[in-house]
Each structure stands twice: as structure tokens, then as C-alpha cells.
Ligand binder design. Structure first.
Ligand code: GLN
Length: 484
């Protein structure tokens, strides 16, 4: 039951073959049995999940479901505020923080009838690429428990890959949906900046953060995006552009589309096994009628450095609110406010978060901000222009999602080695574009490889259409990870 897609679950509910309660119980039992091995969840919300499932049962019995997500069990990254349910951001500083309201995404999912199974593990404040920087526990990759699931949304990726949820949500600031999706072999979609409301998302880097889905297949990703996309008066950065019918875009019609292959995304440093699998995927798409041409995004090599000024700068400002006064942890005993605050932050934040706060504060400090933050913003403009130039010729770009597959726990101790994981995802965030990762093969060692599709602003539909056509033309989804 837990291996079924959201689409298949909906049909089973409609036929009366099973009920949301039966499926929710199956997921809770599976979480009980396997989550000890992979550590996808920080909090399992058993009672509220069963209550939501019972309400969905009644609607299905009355033949009046709220839509395709009614009674579908999902998981939420623990950075999305859930009313009355602890929201930790993977940090000691928010270990006992219980939000007084739901994020817009959470409220929309509830209105669609989705059943929340729990909150998933993540790198602290979404800073990381391995979920090893969670203050609570590491998450393990179901394809090989010695390896990381990627990050920062590692728990959500694993929840979907190991069938501990039918779908899940994460956030992507520099790759945190697409990279763990690639490492775990799920579909992961980062929507266009502005497509989805961030109201109630705990902010990391506000000019980059986006919320998006993880799914077992592309069709499910379309359904999950549909539920959360669209303008929200609570988030001034959400855009009022119309939201298309994403499921309707999955018509297999890719003939005549033009795809650009960015030369810089196959450069040195990309694992040859990945480059080979991605090139084979491109050939498959050509066979379906997609025309391809090589394009160049010459600023690609500068994107990572720009990101590691812009993202920490914004983070240092966003994280200033964790001062022991209002949210979460307070370490008492300081002689004044400053001492209380600095003791709280010293005890509450982990090493990576402190590193980012220091980098960001430095980059913004008087006398340096033009040399660092200001220049990074200029590079960001150039990165965006590269994409604009390419998109004048092509409808989408095809590339690897990551330069390497899932690595071993503890393998990347050096922060720079960790940062390099996101070299192929970060430019997309800097430009605010949509990006999708879909499984396109396995290494000889049996680890999943991700194909990245990058689109024009607000053109998620084309990415879904092409990824769906690819998925249906191949058999990669037949493989499942073997859990102990
Ligand atoms: N790994 C990147 C970082 O550490 C991106 C994280 C993310 O997308 N949230 O900043």
C-alpha cells in the first residue's frame, strides 16, 4: 500500500478499495518499523494524522473528496511552521518551539485534505548538503545506509524514497530539494521564486528560499505543486501569475521542444558515471522528438562564490531574531541582555550555522559590504543574464543535478568540499528559476543519478511535461531500495 503513487491512491479511494485510514495506518506502521534505520522523521504526528484520515474517510464515503490529495499521507520538512506542532529547523535553539500558526503551504495542504504524518529531519536552518548538520540525528540514504541522503531536506527525500510518506515537502535555497532528490532517486521540484508562498517558512536566505515537493514520480510532483502554488496576500514575494493545470501538462507532447545542454555543467569535477547517464537521458529525449543544442552559461563558475556571500549575508540577518528573547531557547544567568543573547546563541547554534552567521556579518560590515556583498550581487545579475540569453534560444536546459552521487557519512569534513556539491543547483536559485530533478539511472554501485531540468520563470509545466515523458519512456522507477 505504501508503494502506491498519489495518483494510484486517489483511484483506490475512489473505487473504495482502501481508505485513507488504512493507508495512514500502513504508513505509520512502516515508519515504526523502518524509521529507526533511516531517521527521516524528527516528529511523527500519529494522532492528528489518524484524525485527518478519518475525516478524509468520511468525505470519500460521501463521494465528495476535496481533490487528488484528499486522504494522502505526506511529510513536511521541519522548517515549515505547523500550528501546535513543534518546528525545530533541526536546531537546538528551536528544540521546543511550537508555532502559533500554520505556514500557508501547510494550510493549503490541509484544505486539500492531505494527512500530515510528521516533520522531517534537516540540516540546521537548512544549511548543508548532507543532513549531517541536524542538531538531533543524521538521516541515512535508503540505497546505502552508510551514505548521506543529501540535504538540507534529507528527511523529506528519504521519507519518499523509503515509502515512509506518499509525498513530502522541502525547501531549496541552493539545491536542498534537487540535490537530496538526486541522491535518493526521487523527483524533486524547486518552483520559480515567487510561485509558492513562504509565509510561515522559517527564513534562511529570503531572496533564494523556495518550497517544493518530493514525489515518487513526476505526476505526483505535479499534483503536489498544484496544491501549494499561487499568490498569497501574506507573502509579498509571491506572484499573482495564473497557476496552470499541471496534471494537464503531462500529455507526452514534447516533440518540437528545444533543450539547451549547458557546456559548463559537464565540466571537470562531474563524475563520469553521472555525465554518461545524463547524456544517455538526453539521447532518450531526442528520441522523443526534443531538439537539443549546446549552450554556454559562462558565469557558472562564479555562482558558488556569490552564493556563499549572499546566502550567509541574508542568513546572518534572518537569524538575528534568535536572541533568547522571543523564540525558543534562552540561556539564563547573563548579567545583561547582550550576555544572555550571546550565551543563548553560543549554546543554541551548531558550528555550520555559526560559520554562516560570521561569514554573513563580515560580508555586510561597514567598509566591506561593497567589496563582498555588493560584488556578489553583480555576479548574480550576470548569472541571471546567462540564463536569459540561453532561454532566448531554448525552452529548457538539461544537465546533471549534482557533480557526484551520495557520499559516505563523515566523508566531507571540509566545508568547501560540502559546498561544491551544489555547484550545479545554486545558479538556478540565484536566477530564481524552476528546477526539477528526476531519476535517470544508477552508478555501478547502485546509487541513483539525477537529471536536472531547468526552466524559464513560471514554466514549471514544461519541466513536468518533459520529465514525465522521460520517466514513462524509461524503466528506472522499477528499482527500489532494500531496507533491512
Ligand atoms: N547546501 C546549500 C547550503 O548549505 C543549500 C542549502 C539549501 O538549499 N537550503 O547553503
Amino acid at each position: 500500500m505504501t508503494e502506491r503513487t498519489i495518483h494510484a491512491l486517489g483511484e483506490a479511494y475512489r473505487r473504495g478499495d482502501t481508505t485513507p485510514t488504512a493507508v495512514t495506518e500502513a504508513y505509520l506502521a512502516r515508519i515504526e518499523k523502518f524509521d529507526g534505520h533511516v531517521g527521516a522523521y524528527l516528529t511523527v504526528t500519529r494522532e492528528p494524522a489518524l484524525r485527518a484520515a478519518a475525516a478524509a474517510d468520511a468525505r470519500h464515503r460521501a463521494r465528495a473528496p476535496l481533490g487528488p490529495l484528499d486522504g494522502v499521507p505526506i511529510a513536511l520538512k521541519d522548517v515549515l511552521c505547523t500550528k501546535g506542532i513543534r518546528t525545530t529547523c533541526g536546531s537546538k535553539i528551536l528544540e521546543s518551539f511550537v508555532p502559533p500558526y500554520d505556514a500557508t503551504v501547510v494550510a493549503r495542504l490541509a484544505a486539500a485534505g492531505a494527512v500530515v504524518l510528521g516533520k522531517t529531519n534537516m540540516d540546521e536552518f537548512a544549511m548543508g548538503s548532507s543532513t549531517e548538520h541536524s542538531a538531533f540525528k543524521p538521516t541515512r540514504n535508503p540505497w546505502d545506509l552508510a551514505r548521506v541522503p543529501g540535504g538540507s531536506s534529507g528527511g523529506s527525500a528519504v521519507a519518499v524514497a523509503a515509502h515512509l510518506a506518499a509525498g513530502a515537502f522541502g525547501t531549496d535555497t541552493g539545491g536542498s530539494i534537487r540535490q537530496p532528490a538526486a541522491f535518493c532517486g526521487t523527483v524533486g521540484l524547486k518552483p520559480t521564486y515567487g510561485r509558492v508562498s513562504r509565509y510561515g517558512l522559517v527564513a534562511f536566505a529570503s531572496s533564494l528560499d523556495q518550497i517544493g515537493p518530493f514525489a515518487k514520480n513526476v505526476r505526483d510532483a505535479a499534483l503536489l505543486l498544484q496544491a501549494i502554488a499561487g499568490h498569497d496576500p501574506h507573502d509579498a514575494t509571491s506572484v499573482a501569475a495564473p497557476v496552470p493545470d499541471y496534471a494537464a501538462a503531462l500529455d507526452g507532447r514534447v516533440h518540437g521542444l528545444r533543450a539547451g545542454i549547458p557546456r559548463e555543467y559537464f565540466a571537470e569535477g562531474v563524475d563520469p558515471e553521472i555525465a554518461r547517464a545524463v547524456r544517455a537521458a538526453i539521447e532518450t529525449l531526442r528520441g522523443l522528438g526534443v531538439a537539443t543544442e549546446e549552450v554556454s552559461l559562462p558565469t557558472t563558475g562564479y555562482a558558488l562564490a556569490a552564493y556563499y556571500l549572499i546566502a550567509p549575508a541574508e542568513a546572518s540577518s534572518n537569524l538575528a531574531r534568535y536572541d533568547g528573547v522571543k523564540y525558543g531557547l534562552r540561556v539564563p544567568g547573563g548579567k545583561d541582555l547582550i550576555e544572555m543573547s550571546s550565551r543563548t546563541r553560543a549554546a543554541g547554534f551548531g558550528a555550520e550555522v555559526k560559520r554562516r552567521v560570521m561569514l554573513g556579518t563580515y560580508a555586510l560590515s561597514a567598509g566591506y559590504s561593497e567589496a563582498y556583498y555588493g560584488r556578489a550581487q553583480k555576479v548574480r545579475t550576470l548569472v541571471r543574464r546567462d540564463f536569459e540569453t540561453a532561454f532566448a534560444r531554448v525552452d529548457l536546459l538539461l544537465a546533471p543535478t549534482t557533480p557526484n552521487v551520495a557520499f559516505k557519512h563523515g566523508e566531507k569534513e571540509d566545508p568547501l568540499a560540502m559546498y561544491l556539491n551544489d555547484a550545479l543547483t545554486i545558479p538556478v536559485n540565484l536566477a530564481g528559476l524552476p528546477g526539477l530533478s528526476v531519476r535517470c539511472g544508477f552508478t555501478a554501485a547502485g546509487l541513483p543519478i539525477g537529471l536536472q531540468l531547468i526552466g524559464k520563470p513560471f514554466d514549471e509545466a514544461t519541466l513536468l511535461r518533459v520529465a514525465d515523458a522521460y520517466e514513462r519512456a524509461t524503466t528506472w522507477l522499477a528499482r527500489e531500495p532494500a531496507l533491512p
